[in-house]
Write a protein that binds this ligand. Structure first.
Ligand SMILES: [Cu+2]
Length: 633
């Protein structure tokens, strides 16, 4: 039998993230049973989520490694019994790059005389102003990199303290660092080009003049918010779910259900960002190696911000702290990492009977569950929205600073947009992949592809206006590797064929894949090899607890073809059973000068909308707003 996630069977708090105490305890239990010595580090310490059989007790999943040997082991730890239940070597696996290693890599580079000499060749001698960011390396077949755990540092320089260094790229220079051994493997110097020195600052500490005329907008909720929170359980306007958080995925929504009259109906068993990759499209210098997997190579959860009321969030806010592990096995609390609040959201519906002038309008609102992560130069905000009519939305907001480059050695721009004199933003993509463990009205779901096509002309279609809806259930994994087709107005719905509604439909949810994005990456590129999920807009697999990572369990310097491409080769049945829908979407970032020196938010995401899930508009009972104007009730 397949292993599926479950919460209710294992007790109401079985899905709560590990506490500070539990993280430290898990590290201690593993160290006591399998001490790897002074080089022991902890990549991940996270809740081992209970499966449907609902084993009693709390468990942790621990990924530990030894920087001396490079060996990596996975453990399942019983926190209730103080015991390691399993200890599994993962030969060749390379752990993620941890926040603890970001500045370490820079220090190692700056301590190397070859790196210092390469900076001096460019007229840079004050190392305190040099910022060398820790980039993952991928796999490029350099013999001196074989078997090592690597970070390549890519370099910028400040003119003065706090100056935005991304305005001053030190083009063509990177230090390839063996982060386990603490040494520079090689300096890659692709030739000196002048470092642009014009400042481009955005910080309030540099801004001299301020726009006037902005009057305050205040969010007032005199009776408090409409949600209730009990531990990690949230209830709001008919919706219920549990909040989870992991170092790699960040925010997780468990057991998302919606009330329909007297019944509570499931929609999502578990939903999260599972992976993302940002490949850069410039073919020379340090840039081909820039293919950042921000979940699998860094962990989008461990990079979460502590949010601030009045700045990041407005209104009546409930914050959840996040607990993640450091590489020494201790726990780190990210205070106020997850924000829960309500927002007014325009009108929900409206109609005026033009004969009677009877007019009805209802206001919409949404519940927002969000976190923001800083990954080096860039910020990602992940905002899950729940609406009164049963709609679910993930709105990903991209901001921060573009990854800048200098000019080519011949002074040309290369594959990008000039954003300032001597400063270029290369073309790149941000491709996200979400893992949606579906539970539409029960455990057994099926994905149906829906195309809209014009009928051929004929006696039944004399005026050539007939349209047909072509529905194709996706029955096996290979058949369910699907891409959009605007010429057929294609979309997908997830239905429960075990159930039929009162008006004769299988209840479903429509996936509105409005930001679907496949990269044009060649199969032989790093992304083609190691981020197979970018090849299709949707994939469907039978839900399995051990198939969580669409680009493989260990993405850092990973081998080709792991994750979704390998799993789906089995071509397992995916109809009328617990299924996981994987959706790839994102932003094709052809940089604008307006994205610099800091990028106004760009949105991408997707929508899950009830489709014959309810028998009619489920919001007729939303009361009219009390208004200061006479037009409303
Ligand atoms: Cu971008």
């Amino acid at each position: 039998m397949d292993t599926v996630y479950a919460g209710a069977q294992a007790g109401p708090k079985a899905l709560d993230p590990l506490s500070v105490h539990e993280v430290a305890a898990a590290a201690g239990i593993v160290r006591a049973a399998h001490d790897l010595g002074p080089g022991m580090r902890f990549e991940t310490i996270v809740l081992h989520e209970p499966d449907s059989r609902g084993q009693p007790g709390r468990r942790a999943f621990v990924s530990a490694y030894d920087i001396a040997t490079g060996d990596l082991f996975e453990a399942i730890v019983s926190l209730s019994d103080n015991a390691v239940e399993s200890w599994t070597p993962r030969p060749g696996a390379k752990p993620r790059i941890a926040p603890d290693e970001f500045l370490l890599a820079e220090q190692i580079a700056k301590a190397d005389p070859r790196f210092v000499a390469a900076l001096a060749k460019r007229g840079i001698t004050d190392l305190s102003l040099v910022c060398s960011d820790p980039w993952s390396c991928g796999v490029f077949g350099h013999p001196d990199e074989e078997g090592r755990r690597l970070i390549q540092t890519i370099t910028w320089v400040r003119n003065r303290p706090f100056d935005n260094h991304y305005a001053h790229p030190v083009e063509g220079l990177s230090a390839v660092v063996d982060i386990n051994r603490g040494e520079v493997v090689r300096i890659d110097d692709h030739g000196v080009v002048p470092v642009p020195r014009e400042e481009a600052n955005y910080s309030s500490r540099f801004q001299k003049t301020w726009r006037t005329g902005l009057k305050p907008i205040e969010v007032v909720q005199p009776e408090g918010p409409s949600f209730t929170v009990d531990g990690y359980a949230v209830a709001w306007c008919g919706w219920t779910f549990r909040v989870g958080f992991t170092p790699r995925e960040g925010l997780v929504l468990h057991d998302l259900k919606i009330r329909d009259g007297e019944t509570v109906r499931g929609v999502l068993k578990r939903a999260c960002l599972a992976e993302m990759v940002v490949p850069y499209g410039h073919p020379s210098g340090v840039h081909p190696r820039k293919n950042a997997f921000d979940c699998g190579e860094y962990g989008i959860g461990v990079l979460a911000n502590s949010l601030k009321l009045g700045c990041d969030c407005l209104g009546a806010i409930h914050y959840f702290d996040a607990v993640v592990n450091r590489i020494d096995g201790s726990a780190q609390v990210i205070e106020n990492a997850i924000c829960l609040h309500e927002e007014d959201c325009g009108i929900l519906w409206k109609h005026t009977d033009f004969r009677t002038e009877d007019s009805d309008v209802r206001r919409n609102r949404r519940l927002v569950i969000s976190f923001v992560a800083t990954v080096g130069n860039y910020e990602y905000g992940f905002y899950w929205h729940l609406y009164l009519d049963g709609t679910i939305e993930l709105d990903v907001r991209l901001t921060g600073i573009i990854n800048t480059a200098g000019l080519m050695p011949d002074g040309s721009t290369g594959r990008g947009t000039r954003v300032a004199p001597g400063v270029v933003g290369h073309i790149h993509q941000h491709v996200f992949n979400v893992r949606l463990d579906m539970e539409v009205d029960g455990p057994n779901n099926t994905v149906v592809e829906v195309d809209t096509v014009a009928d051929p002309p004929g006696p039944d279609n004399p005026w050539h206006n007939a349209l047909s809806i072509v529905e194709t259930p996706l029955l096996t994994e290979k058949a369910a590797r699907r891409n959009g087709d605007p010429s057929r107005m294609r979309w997908w719905k997830i239905v429960n064929r075990d159930r039929t509604t009162a008006i004769g439909h299988h209840p479903g949810y429509r996936l509105a894949a409005h930001s679907a994005l496949r990269t044009p990456a060649a199969p032989a590129s790093q992304v083609g090899q190691r981020a197979g999920f970018v090849a299709h807009d949707i994939w469907v697999t039978p839900t399995r607890a051990d198939e969580r990572w669409p680009a493989g369990d260990y993405v850092n310097q990973s081998r080709p073809g792991e994750g979704l491409p390998a799993w789906t080769e089995q071509d397992r049945p995916v109809a009328d059973r617990p299924i996981t829908v994987w959706h790839s979407f994102g932003h094709n970032h052809i940089v604008r000068p307006e994205d610099f020196p800091v990028q106004p938010v760009v949105h991408c995401g997707f929508i899950l909308q009830p489709f014959a899930f309810f028998d009619r508009n489920p919001t007729l009972d939303i009361p009219p707003a009390k208004s200061v104007h006479s037009c409303c009730a």
